[in-house]
Design a protein around this ligand. Structure first.
Ligand code: F0G
Length: 473
């Protein structure tokens, strides 16, 4: 479904404002590119790009924006029903751009009492991005990236993926009538995610290699004029995903939480949230930034390692940050969504975390698994990568970075049905991970199901069922 974004209801002053540009994030370079230029990295210095929406922010009236956004909650206009396009005044698209949507966004902000207690917090809210149309947070970015692919007249949209980006790109490309080609590390994607991409009609290329190999190939393909890259290196993806910060703040009645905690893989999500919060601050719709913390799985944590060795006194406000980051050669985690050793958006994410006063830390496989089960006990199902948030919060509370009475929002990135095998193994006590040692005789590491919930075999009688209930009460 392609619709027109007509009449973004901007005032004449807003309409005449300067256009946003794509800008290199390296302050020493700062090269600018037009919105119609198909660039993914700065052609002058090789740096990462972001969309500079300063002109949109400068020309917006914050009070009017807030009122307009609130009024849209009652509207049936497809642009208003989408939790991304509802914020179109701050998106870098022409009013006449065709938009490709699946009514993404509008995800719940749950309170999670058991998870809070587990972390040592008085209260905790979880924003469940797994409630998006394809079951992950990728949809809020993909609606923008695929719209841009249509604007540019691309023939094929491509991505490397650990599964969720692929499913999302496949779905949005199907809506747009665009070919989608996805590069997946063979044998390392959950069957549910793979099934989604197949169902949405994408060309699925299973690559002998890991995610980082797929990403390298994507960057090589980027100079072919028929191809459009939809990974989060693409700054339009980030633009869609930044709206999650807007929606979260509306749901928090504009009271900024002390901490926002997200999982870290390729680092698009953390980058996007930070950009959203910064724009709200620039607009004075919020009066401070939440501390943004990113949690990585122990076996796939290049940025957490780098962060651990940073001298933060020298890096205040995101200045003097390292130019390079040693990758993890063979990333290892059962949270396959974040099994990434060389994240492309690490610089943007690191800068954002440092500026906000947050942390980047690791959690173990056991910590991820138990946190996932606790989130489940709150009646909220997420995939393993998402549970790094709660596992990470528990550690950050124990370390004194988060106080028990701080307000905390965790972002859950994917739905529980993205990886049901993991859940089943955990509860049956059969979850394990290869040791990662080169020596194939090394024993796999067993992950104990501390909150195991094994199905019971019960005789087909009323008495047997009642007896079983009584025993488990
Ligand atoms: N959680 C889930 C469920 C994910 O699928 C991903 C990334 C992340 C967290 C990490 O987010 O990359 O923005 O830091 N998945 C990508 C994919 C890599 O291909 O689906 P990030």
């Amino acid at each position: 479904m392609i619709e027109k974004i007509a009449g973004a209801e901007r005032s004449p002053a807003e309409k005449s404002a300067q256009q946003p540009v794509q800008r290199c994030i390296d302050p020493a370079c700062g090269a600018a590119y037009g919105l119609r230029e198909r660039v993914y990295v700065c052609s002058r210095c090789g740096g990462t790009l972001e969309i500079d929406c300063g002109s949109l922010v400068a020309s917006s009236d914050p009070a009017a924006l807030r009122k307009r956004w609130a009024a849209r909650a009652a509207s049936r206009d497809p642009r208003d029903v989408s939790g991304v396009w509802r914020y179109r005044e701050l998106l870098p698209f022409d009013e006449a751009a065709p938009f490709v949507a699946l009514f993404e966004g509008n995800t719940p902000l749950y309170s999670a009492a058991r998870s809070a207690k587990y972390c040592g917090l008085d209260g905790l809210r979880l924003k469940h991005q797994g409630c998006n149309p394809t079951g992950s947070f990728k949809d809020t970015g993909m609606t923008a990236a695929v719209t841009q692919a249509v604007v540019l007249g691309a023939r094929t949209a491509v991505c490397a993926s650990t599964g969720n980006t692929a499913a999302s790109l496949a779905a949005y490309s199907a809506r747009a009538g665009l070919q989608a080609a996805i590069l997946l590390p063979r044998g390392q994607i959950t069957p549910s995610k793979l099934a989604q991409s197949m169902d949405y009609g994408a060309l699925v290329c299973e690559i002998d290699g890991n995610f980082d190999d797929c990403m390298r190939l994507i960057l090589e393909l980027g100079d072919d004029p028929s191809i459009y890259i939809a990974n989060s290196i693409n700054p339009f993806r980030i633009e869609g995903q930044k709206t999650v910060a807007f929606e979260m703040m509306e749901q928090c009645a504009w009271q900024v939480p002390d901490h926002v905690v997200v999982p870290g893989g390729n680092m698009g999500n953390s980058t996007a949230l930070a950009k959203g919060f910064q724009e709200l601050l620039d607009l004075r719709l919020i009066d401070r930034l939440p501390k943004l913390s990113v949690i990585q799985a122990e076996g796939a944590a290049p940025l957490a390692r780098l962060f651990q060795n940073l001298d933060l006194r020298q890096s205040r406000n995101g200045a003097n940050l390292p130019e390079t980051m040693p990758p993890v050669e063979n990333p290892r985690t059962l949270a396959t969504a974040i099994k990434i050793g060389a994240p492309v958006s690490w610089k943007k994410a690191l800068r954002a975390v440092v500026r906000s006063g947050g942390k980047i830390i690791t959690v173990s496989e056991q910590e991820i698994a138990d946190a996932k089960a606790i989130i489940g006990r709150d009646g909220i199902g997420c995939e393993p990568a998402s549970a790094t948030t709660v596992a990470g919060m528990k550690k950050l509370v124990a370390a004194g970075h988060i106080r028990h009475d701080d307000s905390v929002v965790g972002v859950l990135t994917g739905h529980v049905l993205k990886d049901p095998d993991y859940v089943s193994h955990y509860h049956r006590g059969t979850l394990s991970i290869d040791s990662g040692a080169k020596d194939s005789s090394a024993q796999p590491q067993h992950i104990a199901g501390a909150f195991q919930n094994v199905p019971e075999r019960v005789a087909a009688t009323k008495t047997a069922i009642l007896e079983t209930l009584e025993r488990r009460r």
